[in-house]
Ligand binder design. Structure first.
Ligand code: ADP
Length: 246
């Protein structure tokens, strides 16, 4: 399939998503009437201040949590009514996660961390070879047998990216992926994510940092659990440049 055709395919459709937490009489509304679509090949940054609901939204989109109400379609499939084991299957097969805190297994090698998602999906043969290839693609071919406590923060995050990629997911979710890194390693991680997007991967990044969001093509801004703005970076830049020229 050509890249332009792939771009048209809808991966995510969220309609009126709401998330509330109930604690006795107290109801906390974390997300309210969230609606948007994301197509294959997009690179979207979900931005907003701390506590605005970004991680909650990412967890719902990545099958780690459920909305209180609203509809969520992933690749055309209604997700809201799926059972827990069906959600777990989708979580392993369809999405990859990169977290701020890396979430790697300690006392386990780099290679074994990346092989882990493959061992859940029994259909995959030659897991060693697949995991090695992905680790080489993020520049870690020389660290395969290191333990995860023997490598730097930037390398840990590259292992996490390799682990997210190894099942060839439809969407990669990255939740503040540079939050625990020095700025040089942070830039390297963002460049890897940008390369992955240029190769056709759909990426959803959660961030409150402007420098990381600059790698995205579209920004969805959230405030107090609502979408405040949703725009294409290129179109906004063109409009702004047009204003300057006037
Ligand atoms: P962000 O990622 O933008 O920092 P979060 O999605 O982590 O925001 O949190 C949004 C809001 O939801 C916060 O005010 C947080 O306190 C609240 N929240 C998260 N989890 C719970 C919970 N289990 N019970 C009650 N409130 C929660």
């Amino acid at each position: 399939m050509t890249k332009s055709l792939r771009l048209l395919k809808k991966v995510i459709k969220a309609e009126n998503l709401k998330k509330e937490y109930r604690n006795g009489e107290i109801v906390t509304k974390v997300l309210q009437e969230i609606s948007f679509e994301i197509k294959q090949g997009e690179f979207v940054a979900i931005m907003g201040p701390s506590g605005s609901g970004k991680s909650t939204l990412m967890h719902i989109l990545g099958f780690l949590d459920r909305a209180t109400s609203g509809d969520y379609h992933f690749e055309g499939r209604e997700i809201t009514k799926l059972k827990d084991d069906e959600l777990a299957f989708l979580r392993n097969e369809k999405v990859g996660f990169v977290f701020q805190s890396f979430n790697l297994l300690p006392r386990t090698t780099v290679l074994d961390n990346v092989k882990l998602p493959l061992t859940y999906s029994h259909s995959k043969k030659n897991v060693d070879e697949i995991a090695k290839k992905v680790l080489e693609s993020v520049g870690l071919g020389h660290r395969l047998n290191y333990y995860t406590n023997q490598i730097s923060g930037g390398e840990k995050q590259r292992v996490a990216i390799a682990r997210a990629l190894v099942n060839n997911p439809s969407v990669i979710f990255a939740d503040e992926p540079t939050g625990n890194l020095d700025s040089k390693s942070g830039v390297q991680i963002m460049e890897i994510l940008q390369d992955l997007n240029e190769q056709g991967n759909t990426i959803i990044l959660v961030t409150h940092e402007t420098y990381t969001s600059e790698h995205a093509k579209r920004i969805i801004k959230i405030r107090d659990g609502k979408i405040e703005d949703d725009y294409s970076v290129a179109k906004r830049r063109l409009a702004r440049d047009g204003e300057v020229l006037k």
